[in-house]
Design a protein around this ligand. Structure first.
Ligand code: 5RP
Length: 229
């Protein structure tokens, strides 16, 4: 079994009958969605899935999960999602799949935000390996990118072949390459204050549990208190 599937399989054990379950985005979250679909069929449990992207909506429906709207179920019991980087305080970089805005909204609406990763995603400091994705509105993309650069990064518009990538919210995504981010909470606030920024892929104080799969097995990292509760 590959490591992503190992982490996803462990997380899906926490899905129970009657739950509202946030469906994350990306390849690891997709494994979890497939396994949740299997669990719904085999065990006959009834859950409502809240997708974090068009892709997770389509996959959820395809595997037989009943899909709902966040506004009809504003309190999510458990969300299972992936991440691009996780530090030792369980702060995250997310969004290389382009779904960070809805992922963050669903995470902040969830009693438990469970992150599933392989151990290559654990880092000493955020932005060690990955750029930071930031969703911005199209209207002011150049001026917003100049302001992002002033925070000490090299911003690059995410492309899909020859055209800018368009998010599910019809915005652009900028990949900001930082040398390192020492104070992720302060950086999240600073980026969020730039006009034209919708949100960044810094998920600070949001993850409750991180399930890390490695060749030695699965370990679970837990946070006692979250920012949103
Ligand atoms: C999508 C995300 C993903 O969770 C993140 O990119 C990890 O993806 P993968 O499991 O494919 O490595 O934030 O916006």
């Amino acid at each position: 079994m590959d490591l992503k599937e190992m982490a996803a399989r462990d997380a899906v054990k926490y899905v129970e009958d009657g739950m509202v379950v946030g469906l994350g985005s990306g390849s690891t979250a997709n494994k979890a969605i497939q396994l949740i679909g299997q669990k719904v069929k085999e065990e006959g449990i009834e859950i409502i899935g809240i997708p974090t992207s068009t892709a997770s909506d389509l996959l959820g429906r395809a595997v037989g999960i009943r899909i709902g709207e966040l506004d009809d179920h504003p309190q999510v019991d458990l969300t299972i999602d992936g991440a691009d980087e996780v530090d030792s305080s369980l702060n995250l970089v997310k969004g290389l799949g382009g779904a960070l805005v809805r992922e963050k909204i669903v995470a902040a609406s969830s009693r438990v935000e469970m992150i599933v990763i392989d151990d290559s995603k654990m880092v000493d400091h955020l932005c060690q390996k990955a750029p930071l994705p930031v969703e911005i509105i199209k209207y002011s993309s150049k001026s917003t990118m100049r302001k992002l650069a002033a925070l000490g990064c090299v911003p690059e518009l995410r492309m899909a072949e020859d055209e800018p990538f368009i998010s599910d919210n019809l915005n652009y995504i900028v990949h900001c390459k930082f040398e390192r981010i020492d104070d992720p909470r302060a950086m999240e606030t600073e980026i969020g204050m730039i006009p034209g920024v919708v949100d960044s892929g810094l998920f600070i104080g949001l993850a409750s549990k991180v399930i890390v799969a490695s060749s030695e097995g699965v370990r679970i990292l837990e946070r006692a208190e979250r920012s949103y509760e």
